[in-house]
Unconditional design. Structure first.
Length: 186
């Protein structure tokens, strides 16, 4: 028999510091650092009544939240680079998410979300755009690059302790390039 109770607990705290330098419309830089900690009961409603037809139900455990990120820094801004071009970078550095080790039967080995953390993320995204005019139409257009340095930033780990590649990280965030297009009011 499964019973559902609202007696779960979660705890989150954070300390944030932010600084901003604003010289003019096209010289704006903001730096933000967050130190945080997150714990919760790990048997939440979504695990059992989400997309899984027959979920694996284990004893509840109170541990790190799967999205616990103790350190995070974001630098973003807007810099005019001439010819009405605007360079808008977004740099993120953060701790990796925690993960749990499992055995060949998919049972947890040790405390949940305490086996290690995914690698630290260090990613630079940016947009380079400018206003354009075509006949009577005005718009903004340019390029957008995600993960410009093509740094690994793996998102998955082999968690099975019986696997020969246990603890190996996979599925890195790939660099991608796209176009941005927006309308400008007359």
């Amino acid at each position: 028999m499964l019973t559902l109770a609202s007696s779960g607990a979660s705890k989150y705290w954070e300390v944030e510091t932010t600084g901003r330098f604003l010289a003019n419309e096209h010289r704006d830089v903001t730096v933000s650092y967050v130190r945080s900690h997150s714990t919760r009961d790990l048997n939440d409603y979504d695990q059992f009544y989400g997309n899984f037809r027959n979920p694996i139900i284990r004893p509840n455990e109170h541990s790190l939240s799967p999205t616990d990120v103790p350190n995070r820094m974001i630098v973003r801004g807007s810099l005019g680079v001439g010819g009405r071009w605007v360079f808008s970078p977004l740099y993120e550095w953060r701790s990796g998410f925690p993960w749990s080790a499992v055995d060949e039967f998919q049972d947890f080995v040790g405390p949940r979300n305490r086996s290690g953390r995914l690698p630290t993320v260090s990613s630079l995204d940016f947009t380079l755009a400018r206003p354009w005019r075509f006949r009577k139409y005005r718009f903004t257009g340019g390029i957008k690059i995600y993960n410009a340095f093509d740094s690994g930033d793996e998102r998955d780990v082999q968690t099975n302790v019986a696997a020969p590649d246990y603890g190996r990280f996979y599925n890195p965030i790939q660099r991608s390039i796209g176009f941005v297009f927006g309308t400008t009011l007359p």
